[in-house]
Design a protein around this ligand. Structure first.
Ligand SMILES: NC(=O)C1=CN([C@@H]2O[C@H](COP(=O)(O)OP(=O)(O)OC[C@H]3O[C@@H](n4cnc5c(N)ncnc54)[C@H](OP(=O)(O)O)[C@@H]3O)[C@@H](O)[C@H]2O)C=CC1
Ligand SMILES: N[C@@H](C=O)C(=O)O
Length: 266
């Protein structure tokens, strides 16, 4: 095991399955020590054992329910005190895909707690040391459902919409520093979240489902290119640019003191 790993430590939330487990493997391969966060201890333990033995890196598991304030604060405190951290991937997420009236308040709150509150508070926890060192990388995993809502995704889309705008705000805050903040909007990927959300992968249009490994590799390729916004499955870069351009133009068009004519003329 290496002492004072020069890549530093990468924190991956939601590392017990799906994208998070693949992120952990890819980052271990790149030589990072790891701090892995999730509820399922057995999964984290076997992943840690495999990665330590395959890559000679150090893995620390933080078993925590990020939907609980007490657990979340413990993880945040750990991050605040660990000056070896160079990369945080806010990847943990949960979904329940049904209409709002059919989704229990508990499930709605769980989505808000994990997808929004945990991502925000862990970002809060790491940013001061990144600013102090003037370096560090933060990756926030949103979703294409962060800019699009389905009749079954009002709450989930709302939480991912938060991730999109929050992350864009952070990007503005760290402009001019060496801190890199990457916003990621994956589309359908073959992970457990679909079962968790109540829709088996078998019910989806198979040609739209990306392999988990392909998604993570695209995200890391986007990171290596220095991208601010990564859409792993969007082939046409013009679509991304046009969307960002329209967003900016709409904002600029809103900066008048007058009601729009369509509201004042008969
Ligand atoms: N798969 C897809 O189609 C897409 C996924 N995404 C996003 O990608 C991210 C990763 O999800 P994905 O890999 O797909 O799904 P998975 O269900 O495979 O992984 C979700 C991870 O989040 C962790 N997690 C969930 N709830 C909690 C909690 N309360 N406390 C701590 N950890 C928690 C899970 O661990 P554990 O259960 O052990 O706690 C698991 O490791 C999510 O943010 C998701 O919204 C975005 C777009 C598309
Ligand atoms: N994770 C998916 C829904 O549950 C998505 O973001 O598309």
């Amino acid at each position: 095991m290496k002492e004072n790993n020069k890549m530093g430590t990468a924190v991956v939330t939601g590392a017990s399955s799906g994208l998070g487990a693949v992120f952990a493997e890819r980052l271990a391969k790149r030589g990072y020590d790891l701090k892995l966060v999730a509820r399922r201890k057995d999964r984290l333990d076997s992943l840690a054992e495999k990665l330590e033995s395959n890559y000679g890196i150090k893995v620390t598991n933080l078993v925590a329910d990020l939907g609980l304030d007490t657990d979340l604060e413990k993880v945040a405190e750990d991050l605040r005190n660990d000056k070896s951290i160079t990369l945080l991937i806010n990847n943990a997420g949960t979904s329940t895909l049904t209409s709002v009236t059919k989704t229990s308040v508990l499930k709605q709150k769980e989505m808000v707690n994990v997808n929004i509150t945990a991502l925000m508070l862990l970002s809060n926890a790491i940013l001061p040391q990144f600013l102090e060192k003037n370096e560090g990388t933060l990756i926030n995993i949103a979703s294409v459902l962060g800019f699009y809502s389905l009749p079954i995704s009002a709450v989930y889309s709302g939480t991912k919409g938060f991730v999109v705008q929050y992350t864009k705000g952070l990007q503005e805050e760290v402009k001019g520093t060496n801190i890199h903040v990457q916003l990621v909007n994956p589309a359908t990927t073959a992970t457990e979240i679909w079962e968790v959300g109540g829709i088996p992968l078998s019910a989806l249009e198979q040609s739209t489902i990306m392999k988990t490994e392909d998604c993570v590799d695209a995200i890391l390729a986007g990171l290596d290119k220095g991208e601010l916004i990564t859409h792993p499955s969007v082939n046409d870069q013009n679509l991304i640019d046009a969307y960002e351009d329209a967003r900016l133009k709409l904002m600029q068009g809103s900066q008048t003191s007058q009601p729009a004519e369509r509201y004042t003329k008969n």
